[in-house]
Design a protein around this ligand. Sequence first.
Ligand SMILES: Cc1cc2nc3c(=O)[nH]c(=O)nc-3n(C[C@H](O)[C@H](O)[C@H](O)COP(=O)(O)OP(=O)(O)OC[C@H]3O[C@@H](n4cnc5c(N)ncnc54)[C@H](O)[C@@H]3O)c2cc1C
Length: 298
Amino acid sequence: MKVVIIGGGFAGMHMAKELVKQQNMEVHLVDKNNYNFFPPLLYQVSTAFIESYNISYPFRKMFQNKKNFTFHMGSLLSVDPDQHYIITTHERIDYDQLVLSMGCETNYFGMDAIEQAALPMKSIHDAINLRNHLLLMLEQASRLPESDITPYTQIVIAGGGPTGVEIAGMLAEMQREIIPKDYAKKVCEHIQIYLVDMESTLLRTMSEKAGQEAYAVLKKMGIQIKLNTAVKNYENNRVYLSDGQVIESHTLIWASGVKAMQVTGLPQSAFAKNGRILVNEYNKVLDVEDIYCLGINA
Ligand SMILES: Cc1cc2nc3c(=O)[nH]c(=O)nc-3n(C[C@H](O)[C@H](O)[C@H](O)COP(=O)(O)OP(=O)(O)OC[C@H]3O[C@@H](n4cnc5c(N)ncnc54)[C@H](O)[C@@H]3O)c2cc1C
């Protein structure tokens, strides 16, 4: 039986590892990258505490000796549930059973200006991009007179969920432990990290206690926390907040939300209102045959 798995993240990779143990299975893994990575340590990459190779591993190496495994690098473009094939950016692949596990992507809630200029934190590429950007800002601040430094050293994080809270903590560590060793006092003194969330607590999806503790710890680390406040726009290196404040900053980190990956070709009845794919108790996608969905895409 030929099983095609789209997306080799937490869900897809574990599925592939289990299926290749069965010799009657022909397992094909499709991913837009040729490596699996560990998202919980992206913060450490983005703040230069660890290198990206510490949290990523090539699929081809992972399944090197498995004769019933094939890797295809490419992005899913569409599914044909009737004819049992998918189209990727590079090829057509036929399947007997299809597993969709593409995770989710950053949600900018339709704010184009923010999407174009803000820095997301979802992938290794995002983490390296953020790290390079942060270091570049510090270098630029080093060259400027003190009166012009602020936009380069102020950082705004939009979103006080787990991603926003963790990146705020890592940036505060970076400010305390690393930057003073390498950069002049005038740069260090102007660093200011803002954490902005429209809810009344941090970590809203967790317990009240977790939110309160995160608040207390980050506050102690020097983070400026602004609750009940939304980031409304980001233009010309100015972050516009719903309470009227404008923060001059070259660095807006967008940790405000995610949305399910879209799949062209599935019937509309297979999607929930929030874009997630609807499945039954066996993770089979509703209203199509031989297609399953795993992970946060479902
Ligand atoms: C910064 C960060 C920190 C996190 N920390 C934690 C934590 O501490 N604890 C925790 O439990 N969870 C954490 N999470 C959440 C966790 O990473 C996700 O819940 C988990 O990765 C979801 O698994 P998944 O397999 O559904 O999707 P993912 O792991 O996201 O995998 C999706 C895969 O699909 C591939 N893909 C996407 N689109 C396509 C396409 N069109 N074509 C082909 N391939 C595609 C991607 O390259 C990826 O390999 C964190 C997430 C982030 C971003």
